[in-house]
Design a protein around this ligand. Structure first.
Ligand code: 0X9
Ligand code: ZN
Length: 413
């Protein structure tokens, strides 16, 4: 009997153990020539064990790659053979993951609204906060469920100032990629400012309705808190692997470029367009808002970019200057406030081509005239893991950019 219990606990421990990243290194690789840039791109496409945290098109930039111990020898050999300049940016990523989530219940003595700037809130806390706001401010705030994640979590939007029937709408989402924790944190701060500091924001509330989905991919988000810090995809099983990159799953030039057909890849496009309930939820919400939604803003991290269509081709849409104007306004506001620089341009031209993204779909199929992906700052040791102590500075800065973009949209439409 005792043996049985020990075995059972052993199995449970194995099943529920958090993945260790011990010995994983992040390399920073300079790409100085077109050949080197192409080589890295090819490496990213062909080796699923390498996690390219950052890979931009521009020459003289630096790629950042998370490499497991088993791959490091051949990775370094490849780089040396190709004459790359490179360095180890993080010698052992496990040592930097000291900021693992406190379980939601342990934080309860402090109200959620007081934790927005200091903690990466868990999914349930985030929903608790928006539900509370709806109760407290019934005249201007409501919460709606626009779908259900694969594991059954409600996908809830908060609508702010939604009682003006014919006003223009801003739809903002965050956390389509699980590990980009600073994105839901930023969405929460935006919600906090729009609701609890409404009187300071009348210029972006008087003729705009905000619909905000703070966690697009709650299954992945929770999984990245509990089990695998650098998980990116959704959590629906796919063949012998798990998860789809929801930002490759939208039905616009689906699967054409920069999206993998291999279920184990981090950029897996899914087995069909809109195969994921999470991308379906955004599709359905934006379809309902057709004609009304003037601005789709999707929060990601990291790298300080304001990106717009197209993501599937280097061509620009006819109206690119309208979007560029809004994005430049956001970048300028941030630069003025803190000196931080954002790169502005079309996804394909300044980052890389990747089709099936929510931004391209919103712009092309839901007729949203301004569609922007905001790649928020990294921080701390770099990348996706800014420590909780970096949240306040980051979200306050980003809010200024978002506010400036919203104001521009309010003036244009
Ligand atoms: O690759 C992505 O989905 C985004 N970058 S991230 O590092 N957060 O994963 C950029 C998306 C840009 N938009 C499109 N390619 N449509
Ligand atoms: Zn992302």
């Amino acid at each position: 009997m005792i043996l049985k219990i020990i075995v059972l606990f052993g199995i449970l421990a194995v099943v529920t153990a958090r993945r260790s990243y011990q010995g994983y290194k992040v390399y920073e690789v300079h790409q100085n020539t077109r050949e080197q840039a192409d080589f890295l791109h090819e490496m990213e496409q062909s080796n699923e064990n390498l996690d390219f945290w950052h890979l931009a098109k521009q020459l003289n930039g630096k790629a950042q790659v998370l490499v497991p111990p088993t791959e490091q020898r051949s990775f370094v050999a490849d780089l040396m053979r190709q004459g790359f300049q490179f360095s180890v940016m993080i010698p052992d990523i496990e040592n930097t993951i000291d900021d693992y989530s406190v379980p939601p219940a342990s934080r309860k003595p402090v109200p959620v609204s007081k934790q927005i700037l200091h903690n990466y809130l868990r999914y349930l806390d985030i929903n608790e906060y928006i539900d509370e706001l709806a109760t407290k401010f019934p005249a201007s705030v409501s919460v709606n469920q626009i779908g259900t994640s694969y594991e059954g979590r409600p996908l809830k939007t908060i609508t702010i100032n939604g009682n003006r029937n014919n006003s223009s709408v801003i739809f903002m989402d965050a956390g389509i990629h699980a590990r980009e924790w600073i994105a839901p944190a930023t969405a929460l701060y935006v919600i906090n400012q729009l609701v609890e500091h409404a009187h300071e924001n009348t210029d972006i509330l008087s003729n705009l309705t905000w619909v905000i989905l703070p966690v697009v991919n709650p299954d992945g988000y929770e999984y990245s808190h509990e089990m695998e810090r650098f998980w990116r995809k959704t959590r629906k099983p796919a063949g012998k692997c798990v998860g789809t990159d929801a930002n490759r799953n939208f039905d616009f030039h689906w699967g054409e470029i920069g999206a993998s057909s291999s279920a184990c890849s981090d950029t897996y496009r899914g087995d069909a367009p809109f195969s994921e309930p999470e991308s379906q939820a955004i599709r359905n919400a934006l379809t309902k808002l057709k004609g009304q939604c003037k601005f789709y803003l999707s929060l990601h991290s990291y790298g300080n970019y304001l990106l717009y269509p197209w993501g599937y081709t280097s061509d620009l849409p006819d109206t690119w200057q309208d979007i560029d104007e809004v994005a430049q306004t956001g970048a300028a506001a941030i630069k003025r406030a803190t000196g931080a620089e954002y790169t502005v341009g079309s996804s394909t031209n300044v980052l890389y081509a990747a089709s099936g993204g929510s931004d391209d779909w919103a712009f092309a199929e839901a007729d949203v005239p301004i569609a922007i992906v905001m790649e928020l700052p990294g921080g701390g040791f770099g990348g996706f893991n800014p420590p909780a102590s970096a949240i306040e500075k980051s979200v306050k800065e980003s809010w200024l950019g978002i506010k400036a973009m919203a104001l521009k949209v309010a003036q244009k439409y």
